[in-house]
Write a protein that binds this ligand. Structure first.
Ligand code: HEC
Length: 106
């Protein structure tokens, strides 16, 4: 026998479907950044000693923040000079990372 779903249960499921993915995306970007980017760009985006030596700029600076989303996405996806390419990231993940970089602005 298939049990009928109650209205509160359906509402709860609806809320989970709507709210959880966006919360997860934000968390995803932060953890993705920590695991893949922070080694060179530092947790706060200002650049680790190693990253700075390779030429990474400060993400909180006007120079980086004035780049368009398209430019930032392109550098993340295709790399630039010593910046490795991250072609395996989905468009959504790249978008999340661009948003994360924007959130580092002082
Ligand atoms: C191995 C070190 C390294 C890692 C890991 C790395 N980057 Fe970079 N990144 C660089 C370097 C070096 C540059 C500067 C490239 C240039 O312009 O010469 C750079 C440049 C950038 C830029 C352009 C702004 C700037 O600083 O010139 C963005 C945006 C960026 N990286 C994002 C990311 C993101 C997002 C990740 C993680 C998915 C990541 N990087 C991982 C080294 C790294």
């Amino acid at each position: 026998m298939i049990k009928r779903f109650s209205v509160p249960m359906l509402l709860a499921a609806f809320v989970i479907v709507l709210v959880v993915p966006s919360a997860m995306r934000a968390q995803d970007a932060a953890s993705l950044y920590k695991s893949k980017c922070a080694a060179c760009h530092a947790a706060d985006g200002t650049g680790s000693a190693m990253g700075k030596k390779m030429g990474a700029q400060d993400f909180t600076s006007a120079e980086v923040q004035k780049m368009s989303d398209a430019e930032l996405s392109d550098i993340i996806t295709n790399g630039k000079a010593k910046m490795p390419a991250y072609k395996s990231l989905s468009a959504d993940q790249v978008k999340g990372l661009v948003g994360y970089i924007r959130s580092l602005k002082k």
